[in-house]
Design a protein around this ligand. Sequence first.
Ligand SMILES: NC(=O)c1ccc[n+]([C@@H]2O[C@H](COP(=O)([O-])OP(=O)(O)OC[C@H]3O[C@@H](n4cnc5c(N)ncnc54)[C@H](O)[C@@H]3O)[C@@H](O)[C@H]2O)c1
Length: 302
Amino acid sequence: MNIIFTGGSGFIGLPIVKKLLDRGHHVRIIDLAKPEISHKNLDFVKKSILEDIHKDITGFDFLFHFAANIGVSFNDSHPLETMEVDLEGSAKVFKTAIKAGIKDMMYASSSEVYGNPRELPIKEDSIKGPVSSYGVAKLGSEIYANSYNQQFGANIKIVRFFNVYGPRQSIKFVVPIFITKALKNEPIPVYGDGSQARCYTYVDDAIDGALDVFDKGEKGGNYNIGNTHPTTVLQLAETIKEITKSSSEITVMGYGPETRLRKREVDYRIPSMEKMRTLGWEAKTRIREGAIKTADWIKKNL
Ligand SMILES: NC(=O)c1ccc[n+]([C@@H]2O[C@H](COP(=O)([O-])OP(=O)(O)OC[C@H]3O[C@@H](n4cnc5c(N)ncnc54)[C@H](O)[C@@H]3O)[C@@H](O)[C@H]2O)c1
């Protein structure tokens, strides 16, 4: 199969690209960043998804749309750019793909579409209420995807990742920030009061989940992909301090404009994995094991 992968140089995208290449597919990455690998069946187009990509994607069979501006601090300080790339960019990618004759796609969405959940665990059809420009952009992109599915018979599958972490993740995110601070014995800053619970999902589990949806997911279906074991931010800091044998202090910073806005915070986020279980997928890696693997990678690459 000939596959287009926007954002294929990224943290989650690249390991999926590698698996697709292992399966014998031809992959073209469209990204602003050059992929860290080369392969005879891989080519790379350095372009923004906001540019004209019609010629670059013509003749391909499947499109993964993973390119996005991500990260709370970037998204909060650049709301317009976030909406431009993460919402208008997605709409443009889907529309261009349909015009180029590609109907089968996968869109990387996020647990942020649910905002503060109205029920736990969060099911795919639970009420959505994003509390950030990023979450709004992700939900808007999903609505575009659904309308292309309905109006043009497209098959855009949606995966909603829940707090993915692991080797190669940018240092802007909580798990690598805590590990890096712990390894340097520097204070570990916990934003908010530390009681916020997340189901941190190890990257290998996330990519296997996405590939299961690619292989077996229902036409135009949407799937939560996440761990089901909640960990508070304080527990995360304590676990990382313990596994790195660090003498760092854990500093609870509270809420505020310099740390995290209270209205922007999601207190609990626990996904239902009922739908993914129907595809035979379940997250295998608990936070302690995943944090050890991530810390090993950071130690070698710091
Ligand atoms: N990491 C997570 O925990 C998580 C959680 C939920 C959803 N997601 C979604 O999964 C996808 C992949 O996330 P990731 O963690 O791999 O992020 P990442 O930042 O590592 O990868 C995103 C890639 O998109 C590229 N990109 C950004 N703007 C672009 C543009 N205008 N044109 C072309 N390429 C552009 C970047 O260069 C990068 O390689 C994103 O859509 C993200 O919203 C990630």
